[in-house]
Design a protein around this ligand. Structure first.
Ligand code: AMP
Length: 216
């Protein structure tokens, strides 16, 4: 059983790196942001509560976040373990989490704010199939269209310069202290988030003592 947390500012590649670990190690990938986006897309009650907060790049209230995480982990579909992404994001969430679950490692993807701005503002998403693109490093073949399903690509509602600045501020003020807390428990593995995806994945594997990543 492997229990990991992945941390890093938006655009550092948390989602992609988590999916690469999930596919290979049969982990369950729990992305709190994806859960909330699902609620917004499906117009649920929770969706109505979080839509504006998310679009502004602000953090959703702790009670709701903890409830969503608790319910997701209570599904107990993680026989081989989980990798949780986007949580905990402040001291209170970290305490809640550590009271209930032991974790084996925190993967910290490091990236400067400047690189984050460059990446995030060029990020595009297919709202139909969920495929991610980047206008700098990973362009779609036809401009503005998804390579997989042909749907028109969109910018995430919270990938605006204003929302990004709010998220960077929150990250430095609230999430960094969480990292320091985990550091004191000696579970943090720092990984440089700048190299290409597969190199970052190999570095994660190496520091966690996992088998090397193989492209299929
Ligand atoms: P992400 O995809 O992780 O960037 O999350 C998208 C948005 O969902 C964030 O900007 C927040 O509005 C909300 N969110 C996700 N995770 C959390 C969390 N742990 N605490 C509070 N808000 C969160």
């Amino acid at each position: 059983m492997r229990k990991y947390v992945i941390m890093g500012v938006q655009g550092s590649g948390k989602g992609t790196q988590s999916q690469m670990l999930r596919d290979d190690l049969d982990l369950v990938h729990i992305s709190v942001g994806d859960i909330f986006r699902w609620h917004v897309r499906n117009h649920t009650k929770i969706g109505a509560q979080v839509r504006r907060i998310m679009a502004a790049g602000d953090l959703v209230g702790d009670d709701l976040v903890e409830d969503v995480v608790r319910r997701r982990l209570d599904d107990h579909d993680w026989n081989f373990g989980f990798i949780i992404d986007g949580f905990p994001r402040n001291g209170r969430q970290a305490e809640f989490f550590m009271e209930s679950y032991d974790i084996d490692a925190v993967i910290h993807l490091q990236l400067t704010d400047e690189e984050v701005r460059r990446r995030v503002l060029s990020r595009r998403l297919c709202p139909n199939c969920g495929m991610d693109y980047n206008l700098i490093a990973d362009r779609p073949e036809e401009e503005g269209r998804c390579d997989i399903c042909g749907h028109e690509l969109v910018t995430r509602a919270d990938d605006t310069p204003e929302a990004l600045e709010a998220r960077l501020r929150d990250y430095h003020e609230k999430t960094r202290p969480v990292l320091e807390l985990f550091r004191r428990k000696e579970v943090v593995h720092d990984v440089d988030g700048r190299p290409p995806l597969e190199e970052v994945q190999q570095a994660i594997r190496k520091t966690l003592g996992l088998p090397a990543y193989r492209t299929r």
